[in-house]
Design a protein around this ligand. Structure first.
Ligand code: HEM
Length: 486
């Protein structure tokens, strides 16, 4: 009783009360973000959002919020997600490459180095991009030695399909192998991998693709101190990212000095390059990782969809186009293009929001005043499905929508699978070439259908860190040849 009324106790209670009151008043009543719709708890805490992140379900949670509250949603005291073309333009394209990245990208640092992808500040990023960009320009990707390597790997994949006839093929594995072999060809030729034929190289791909470090890395991001103090205990519940085989491969290969002129390695080693050997390895490992899961998962979700009874009509149309134009360049086939665009619209392999800081002075985004320092983002999954005027029946897979004579500009404005602006995907042309060459090779020779052992649940989206993959990490398809192999 005495303690209860002591001046010290009263002071303590008053201080806590004032502190809590201050936070409540500032966050709940005075924040300019209060005008933005969203769940009430988001004014006070991000805990619900973080809980969904740990359960690999951030994208779906935010999408449900967009369906309920509209294209602008406050998801935390200092965080807003948008799903409109106006917001994409402002956040990712204003001034060329949009707003600076947030420290969320520190999670992706390689060997302690900042790569192009993990550089937060846009001026520093622009300097790095100037050095690398031309290796990913379309003209460089479609040059003979570059394209021949991709076509060879598509042929290797088709051999796997023929080998599976009478049974099924786990696309998840072999599409990731295909993407791995293609991207390492572009990074290191003639030292690219051959994981579609070599068990040793397949092991490297598996190590990267089956990484399960989501929770561990999230703890590191949200609480570095906790992560440092309890890292060893955490190891038993949530594994860190460990890729010794991939590290060994990249460190060894990036030290070679005879890479072909179209490769990234060749560019990074040019005389006068400011990169030391660890910078070069870090940049290469980053691009390798960026190129495996994205293209692998995009093709996996798309071929799974094309194999469903409801989409069989689209598979048939695609095959008709391919058979009517044997040997046509992959970029001159409109239906193939429509299939790829629709695949990336419905199943973007990086569906999650890409966080940026509102610059000094604050900005107006999609009609809302947003103060400086607020974390803002758009997620491809919602940007590509929220505007029903541009994408009617947005959940339906319907490649034909991309061939409609009207609305092309609006559709392209809302296409966000590769992000947008100066920080959008530098590997876009490479990824599109890989996807189209593979679909062209497969659907000129086979019809595909799901194996009976598959369930729809195992193909549900499971968020990782910005990318997403099929929950079951397995995708069994059956390949029926149109004619026997030559
Ligand atoms: C279908 C396949 C792909 C998709 C959908 C995709 C998507 C994306 C997206 C959305 C970003 C922006 C990420 C952010 O702002 O946080 C990005 C960046 C990037 N992507 Fe891709 N990507 C694909 C394939 C590739 C490939 C094959 C490479 C090859 C090396 C690649 C390399 C990169 C790099 C290096 C960046 C960072 C660019 C920068 O910061 O300037 N991507 N990608």
């Amino acid at each position: 009783m005495v303690l209860f009324f002591s001046p010290a106790a009263i002071c303590l209670v008053l201080s806590i009360g004032l502190l809590v009151g201050d936070v409540v008043v500032r966050r709940a009543l005075l924040s300019p973000l209060n005008k933005i719709p969203g769940p009430r708890h988001a004014r006070f805490t991000s805990l619900v959002l973080v809980w969904h992140e740990f359960r690999a379900g951030r994208t779906a949670y935010i999408h449900r919020l967009h369906q309920r509250y509209g294209p602008a949603v406050r998801v935390g005291p200092n965080e807003v997600v948008f799903a409109s073309a106006a917001a994409v333009k402002e956040i990712y394209c204003s001034g060329g490459s949009g707003y600076d990245k947030t420290p969320f990208y520190d999670i992706f640092k390689v060997y302690g180095r900042r790569t192009m992808f993990t550089t937060l500040n846009k001026d520093d990023h622009a300097k790095k991009k100037r050095v690398l960009a031309d290796r990913y320009a379309n003209t460089n990707v479609v040059r003979q030695p570059s394209l021949d390597g991709i076509a060879q790997r598509a042929t290797n994949f088709v051999k796997r399909c023929f080998g599976s006839v009478g049974g099924s093929l786990d696309l998840y594995i072999y599409l990731h192998s295909y993407a791995f072999d293609c991207v390492t060809h572009h990074l290191f030729h003639p030292h690219g991998t051959d994981s579609l034929n070599s068990q040793h190289d397949e092991e490297i791909m598996r190590e990267v693709t089956f990484d399960d470090s989501l929770q561990n890395r999230l703890v590191g991001y949200y609480s570095p101190t906790l992560h440092k103090m309890f890292g060893k205990i955490l190891y038993w519940f949530a594994k860190p990212r460990e890729t010794p085989l991939a590290d060994g491969f990249v460190l060894g290969t990036s030290a070679k000095t005879d890479a072909a002129s179209f490769t990234l390695l060749n560019r990074l080693q040019e005389p006068g390059s400011k990169h030391d050997s660890l910078d070069i390895a870090a940049e290469c490992l980053d691009h390798m990782a960026a190129g495996i899961d994205t293209t692998g998962d995009a093709l996996c979700f798309l071929m799974w969809e094309l194999s469903q009874p409801a989409s069989f009509q689209y598979q048939t149309k695609l095959r008709e186009e391919l058979l009517a134009n044997p040997g046509a360049p992959f970029d001159k086939l409109p239906y193939l293009d429509a299939v790829v665009m629709e695949g990336l619209r419905c199943f973007p392999p990086i569906p999650m929001s890409l966080p940026r800081y509102v610059p000094r002075g604050g900005r107006v985004i999609d009609g809302y005043s947003v103060p400086e320092g607020t974390i803002v983002s758009c997620q491809a999954y919602s940007v590509q499905k929220t505007d029903h005027n541009v994408f009617p029946n947005p959940d339906d897979f319907s490649p034909d929508r991309w061939l409609e004579p009207t609305g092309d500009a609006e559709r392209k404005r809302l296409f966000f699978a590769f992000a947008n602006g100066g920080r959008g995907c530098v590997g876009k042309h490479l990824a599109l070439a890989e996807m189209k060459l593979l679909l062209q090779a497969v659907y000129s020779k086979f019809t595909t259908r799901p194996d009976d052992k598959m369930t729809a649940e195992s193909m549900e989206m499971s968020d990782q860190l910005i990318s997403s993959r099929p929950r079951g990490q397995r995708c069994l398809l059956r390949f029926d040849p149109l004619s026997p192999p030559m």
